[in-house]
Design a protein around this ligand. Structure first.
Ligand SMILES: C[S@@+](CC[C@H](N)C(=O)[O-])C[C@H]1O[C@@H](n2cnc3c(N)ncnc32)[C@H](O)[C@@H]1O
Length: 262
């Protein structure tokens, strides 16, 4: 008689898309997985770390059945009881707008052993990859990471609060509400605040739109940027060595305009 493997679920953060931006602990978990359930935003090369595992895609993608969160929860538990060690591989960090907490709660309710292995969230690593330090001495003392779209499909009220602060504001899932977002910042006197939009950050398909609160909607339209992207609004954006010359040029244009007017 074969001995049935003990059910276990490990929630692993896959990082932002660069295959090397996963933790060593995450790789070790994949190596011992019997089943890997993975999302759309993870780098598929990571699945090579789990050569013996059954791989099941449960992400949202055009032309695929879109699993509800309840269905995903059930698939995790079913596979853990049937096969043993399930690795639930999620983009970025599972606990940063990743619904990882809901999955762990559900799995725990069956008495299944769980473990959480943090990942590198896109909210921090995608700007970092372009030299944007989200906090910087003398420039930004705090950081808000906000979802653009709440469970009620509305813009989070926190965006209005963040617009009134001097914090760096990072917005995930906010591309469909970009005009609303920039309007809020304009209302609070932030029209000239440096802004960057990074689509598919930390991947070979990375695209960047650079501007200020009052120009970024146009930049996005011109460049055809869309999701998955993160929006970073804050003075730290112009501190990046990669973006400095762009903002120096804008500054120069403003000075020349003022000179011509006087
Ligand atoms: C459901 S949230 C998951 C966030 C994830 N848990 C994390 O920590 O990165 C998905 C959103 O994260 C952002 N995102 C994830 N990966 C990204 C990437 N490589 N480049 C830009 N934005 C990304 C986008 O705003 C996307 O719509």
């Amino acid at each position: 008689m074969t001995h049935k493997k003990q059910a276990k679920v490990t929630l692993v953060g896959a990082g932002p898309g660069d295959v090397d931006l996963i933790t060593v602990k995450g790789v070790k978990a994949l190596a011992s997985a019997d089943v890997v359930l993975y999302d759309a935003l993870i780098n598929r090369e990571l699945l090579d770390y789990a050569p013996n595992a059954i791989k099941i895609f449960v992400g949202k993608r055009k032309d695929f059945h879109r699993y509800s969160q309840d269905e995903i929860n059930e698939i995790i538990v079913k596979n853990a009881f049937e096969h043993g060690h399930v690795v639930r591989l999620k983009g970025g960090d599972p606990f940063v707008f990743g619904r990882g907490g809901e999955e762990i709660d559900y799995v725990e309710s069956f008495g299944i052993e769980t473990q959480v292995i943090s990942g590198i969230s896109s909210s921090i690593s995608v700007p970092a990859n372009l030299g944007v330090s989200l906090t910087k001495r003398g420039v930004s003392e705090s950081l808000w990471i906000i979802t653009g779209t709440t469970s009620a499909r509305q813009l989070s009220d926190d965006v209005r609060l963040a617009a009134q602060s001097s914090a760096t504001v990072v917005i995930l899932m906010g591309m469909s509400k970009l005009s609303e977002i920039t309007d809020l910042f304009k209302e609070h006197g932030k029209s000239k605040t440096p802004t960057v939009i990074i689509q598919n950050g930390c991947t070979e398909n990375e695209q960047v739109g650079l501007g200020t609160v009052d120009t970024i909607v146009e930049v996005v339209a011109d460049k055809g940027l869309s999701s998955p992207a993160i929006i970073v609004i804050g003075e730290v954006v112009k501190e990046s060595v990669k973006f400095r010359s762009f903002f120096e040029e804008i500054n120069q244009q403003v000075i020349e305009k003022q000179r011509n007017l006087s």
